[in-house]
Design a protein around this ligand. Structure first.
Ligand code: FAD
Ligand code: DHB
Length: 389
């Protein structure tokens, strides 16, 4: 088989890249290790930046997003029971949209299937070859048979544990990492959300987040030590812990019920540099990880592939390699700003094992500054709703 761009991974990064290239008339094949149902069953991010919504609109997959997505004009922080709302609309005239990653993925998959484009699910032993030269190849095994795809470029959109970054010679790559000593225990429940907007709560017992997927489906998280296992958390224990970490009104208004999903996600900051090796590009979680606190993971994947698509379109349209040469530096500049914001949100909202009384006062001072300074609140809003693509 031959294609122009072989895309590894059918998460949001791979699917959106495929769609952007399709619109420009550039042929792609997507290789995905898992089944379509498995990919759609993963519960992950829930908040879309305004720029991500605009990008999805431009690719013609925004219809369901606008019908079902919830536009939020603000977000609340709760510090030891004191709540403050940041009004994005008033502060910077921007919004975010609550629409699950699962739905974004489904919309993009449906569009791709509708266009009759090739996605190979359950592709095993994917391996990348000759990307330092002009004619890269990707090999994989499907139903026990080995196949090869010859291509012009490979886009590594296969997440943190994928094969693309691992295929780069170690001495060609520099990585930067911070691992946090806690995770987020999340549950999904078919009950109305406790509030109209998200509440990010700091408490001495740990961070908590009240989020949602729809007017009838809620998503809640509590910070847990990295060593905790999900089996140790009954629904009852989860609800009791969440109530302790939020303000009294929120605790009283919580509508609880049986969880329909429960999982623990580790927290990590990670960046690889550079993001281009000859004819291989890394994008999304294959290139970087952010802790979920700033809701940036999915949005960064979108801004990476927007830039990569632009560079490839320039290559094919104008026979200029300026875009692909500049891809890495261009996206890393935005990636590091999102890394900074996610690290900062994580730092002020979580309780660290070594947080001493001084550290606690500094966290409180951050909150007091944010709620008393319009400049600080605007900075938070600008980063949360998304820096320009
Ligand atoms: P992915 O969505 O990881 O997609 C990569 C795809 O590549 C996958 O489908 C994978 O199966 C496939 N793949 C992997 N290896 C191979 C291979 N060798 N061959 C072929 N295919 C391969 N972000 C938030 O903002 N909020 C959250 O609450 C949140 N929760 C998360 C929970 C978890 C458990 C995880 C892992 C991430 C979470 N994130 C969250 C981050 C967010 O979901 C990611 O940033 C986003 O999915 C990145 O998209 P991606 O397409 O780059 O990678
Ligand atoms: C959700 C996840 C996040 O990481 C976040 O910052 C906000 C919301 C969510 O899953 O709803």
């Amino acid at each position: 088989m031959r294609t122009k761009v072989a895309i590894i991974g059918s998460g949001p990064a791979g699917l959106l890249l495929g769609r952007l290239l399709e619109i420009a008339g550039i042929e792609t094949v997507i290789l995905e290790r898992r089944s379509q149902d498995y990919v759609l069953g993963r519960i992950r991010a829930g908040v879309l930046e305004q720029g991500t919504v605009e990008l999805l609109d431009r690719t013609g997959v925004g219809e369901k997003l606008h019908a079902e997505g919830l536009v939020h004009e603000g977000v609340e922080f709760c510090f030891d029971g004191d709540r403050h709302r940041f009004n994005f609309r008033d502060l910077i005239d921007r919004t975010v949209t609550v629409y699950g990653q699962t739905e974004v993925t489904r919309d993009l998959m449906q569009a791709r299937d509708g266009s009759g484009l090739t996605t190979i699910y359950e592709a095993e032993d994917v391996s990348l070859h000759d990307f330092a030269e002009e004619a890269p190849k990707v090999r994989y095994v499907k139903d026990g048979v080995e196949h090869q795809i010859a291509c012009d470029f490979i886009a590594g959109c296969d997440g943190y544990h994928g094969v693309s970054r691992a295929s780069v010679p170690q001495d060609a790559l520099r990585t930067f990492e911070r691992v946090y000593p806690f995770g987020w225990l999340g549950i999904l429940v078919d009950k109305p959300p406790v509030a109209d907007e998200l509440i990010y709560a700091h408490h001495e017992r740990g961070f908590a987040l009240c989020s949602m997927r729809s007017p009838t489906r809620s998503r809640y998280y509590v910070q847990v030590p990295s060593s905790d296992r999900v089996e140790e958390w009954s629904d009852q224990r989860f609800w009791d812990e969440l109530r302790r970490r939020v303000d009294g009104e929120t605790a009283d208004n919580l509508v609880t019920g049986p969880s329909i999903e429960k999982s623990i996600a580790p927290l990590r900051s990670f960046v690889a540099e550079p993001l281009r090796f000859g004819r291989l590009f890394l994008a999304g979680d294959a290139a970087h990880i952010v802790p979920p606190t700033g809701a940036k993971g999915l949005n960064l994947a979108a801004s990476d592939v927007a830039a990569l698509a632009e560079a490839l379109i320039e290559f094919y349209g104008e026979r200029s390699s300026a875009g692909i040469d500049g891809y890495s530096a261009r996206v890393l500049s935005r990636i590091w700003k999102a890394e900074r914001f996610s690290w900062w949100m994580t730092s002020i909202l979580h309780t660290f094992p070594d947080t001493d009384p001084f550290g606690r006062r500094i966290q409180r001072a951050e909150f007091d500054y944010l709620r008393s300074s319009t400049a600080a609140a605007r900075s938070l809003s600008e980063n949360y709703t998304g820096l320009p693509f």
